[in-house]
Design a protein around this ligand. Structure first.
Ligand SMILES: Nc1ncnc2c1ncn2[C@@H]1O[C@H](COP(=O)(O)OP(=O)(O)OP(=O)(O)O)[C@@H](O)[C@H]1O
Ligand SMILES: [Mg+2]
Length: 449
């Protein structure tokens, strides 16, 4: 039950539109104010406390985007719904970028309006209750862990992407969490009740992909003994996650482009076009633009899928998250395996933090999983870490050193290992003593700079 009547401000230059929206919302028990344009709305916003703003996009003097900017500059806890008769992906995206949470294209039904209003008000209540912006628990929605600035930026775009159905392209190195992000967008949005269907485009043989995606009719090809639905039909109303989109052939890309344009599919061997309502999220760890330049990926498809782009940062760029993630995986695997959680020495924590994680979160997860299995609850020291980690941290793999820095570091460590005996060190290094002295002198000079 609502504590108090929630206050909604409706801004539209058309008196009829204002009237229809106001009447509907008043009938539902909301308190509704209205304004014919942005200047009037700003006055109301300045003097009244509001829960939600529903604004038209195109208005004669000042447009709705300006109003969104005005609202957001003052407060993040007023809900915003953008309404427009000029429905286009671009206007939706710019409205969402400025901070609108929902987007309604005219003409919309009463129930679409009410669903959007309830949805946004629920988010507003959630944020005001303190669970939103200042949530400190390490696990965010749908298993995404991380509180670094880089991940917070990712969550922000995820929240925005969740509220509209525009196509999203998720990019990032292997193992950074692209699939998890895609799931988060799906389950955080209005399609959450419908299926999330992931497909690895690189894992399905070229000849089968079309039939897997669009389905086939009986007799479409040898072996097609019955009509079978494809992933697009399965995902109807929900989200299709096209993983490794770069691995599709140019011929397949043409077909995908057509579906994205027309929102219709045709089953293999079939003659009828079928309507589908599927949101596409694509992912790749390749540089798609480079593939476009090399004519391995269609430029038109690239622009179609890249409406909202999310770059998931590599783990080495979010140091602050490494130990949070490590703790998360320790808890996960100790619980799962019924083991005592291992105790990590300080040096292990240091290595975890300074390693460059080429396999990103997946590599961290595997390392921790193995440690939980192997340690049997005992203390874990550096010796228990995979040798590649020990080696690369010791030798600075992933650090951007010059050759002469590496030379000096190596010379110093050999010298230390022979207790400072320069003759021995030079012999091991395969250089004469004079060269060794020069290397060491250069190193001292650099460290004194
Ligand atoms: N932020 C995170 N919090 C918790 N677990 C994560 C996070 N990011 C990734 N993981 C875990 O790491 C593993 C790899 O993530 P995911 O499969 O989403 O990566 P990916 O970017 O899709 O990789 P690839 O490009 O290789 O397909 C999964 O087990 C996932 O659950
Ligand atoms: Mg993946």
């Amino acid at each position: 039950m609502r504590q108090r009547r929630e206050r909604i401000l409706v801004i539209d230059d058309s008196p009829e539109a204002r009237e229809v929206i106001s009447r509907n919302l008043t009938a539902e028990g909301f308190q509704v104010l209205s304004a014919p344009g942005v200047p009037e709305a700003v006055q109301i916003l300045d003097s009244d406390s509001l829960d939600l703003v529903i604004t038209d996009l195109k208005m004669p003097k000042v447009g709705g985007i300006e109003l969104i900017k005005h609202v957001r500059a003052r407060s993040s806890d007023i809900g915003i719904i953008m309404v427009t008769g000029y429905a286009s992906i671009e206007s939706a995206v710019s409205a969402v970028k400025e901070g609108a949470e929902h987007y309604l294209a005219k003409p919309f039904t009463d129930s679409e309006l009410l669903t959007a209003v309830r949805d946004v008000l629920e988010k507003v209540r959630f944020r005001r209750s303190g669970h939103g912006d200042n949530q400190t628990a390490s696990v965010r929605s749908h298993g995404l862990v991380g509180e670094s600035a880089a991940m917070r930026a990712v969550y922000e775009v995820m929240d925005k992407a969740a509220s509209i159905s525009a196509t999203v392209l998720v990019t990032g190195e292997s193992g950074t969490g692209k699939e998890l992000v895609a799931r988060g967008i799906h389950y955080g949005g209005t399609r959450a009740q419908a299926p999330f269907v992931p497909i690895n485009c690189g894992g399905i043989p070229e000849g089968l992909l079309e039939s897997e995606l669009f389905g086939h009719v009986r007799g479409a090809y040898t072996g097609a003994t019955e009509t079978r639905a494809g992933f697009f039909q399965t995902a109807d109303g929900g989200t299709l996650f096209l993983d490794e989109i770069s691995e599709t052939s140019l011929a397949m890309q043409v077909k995908l482009l057509r579906v994205l344009q027309d929102k219709e599919i045709r089953m293999v061997g079939g003659t009828q076009q079928m309507n589908v309502d599927v949101r596409i999220i694509a992912a790749t760890n390749k540089d798609l633009l480079d593939l476009v330049r090399r004519q391995l990926f269609r430029e038109d498809l690239y622009f179609r899928i890249n409406v909202i782009n999310m770059e998931v940062p590599p783990l080495r760029d979010r140091d602050d998250d490494i130990l949070l993630l490590a703790q998360h995986f320790v808890d996960k695997y100790s619980n799962e395996l019924g083991r005592e959680p291992p105790r990590f020495s300080d040096r292990v924590l240091e290595v975890l933090r300074s390693y460059h994680w080429p396999g990103n979160v997946r590599e961290l997860e595997n390392v921790i999983h193995r440690l939980v299995v192997m340690s049997e609850g005992a203390a874990v020291d550096v010796a228990e870490l995979p040798s590649v980690m020990r080696f690369s941290v010791q030798h600075g793999v992933g650090r951007h050193l010059t050759l002469s820095q590496v030379e000096a570091e190596h010379a110093c460590s050999v010298l230390a290992s022979v207790d400072g005996n320069k003759t021995k060190a030079a012999e091991i290094l395969g250089i004469d003593r004079k060269t060794l002295r020069e290397i060491l002198k250069r190193d001292v000079a650099r460290s004194e700079q």
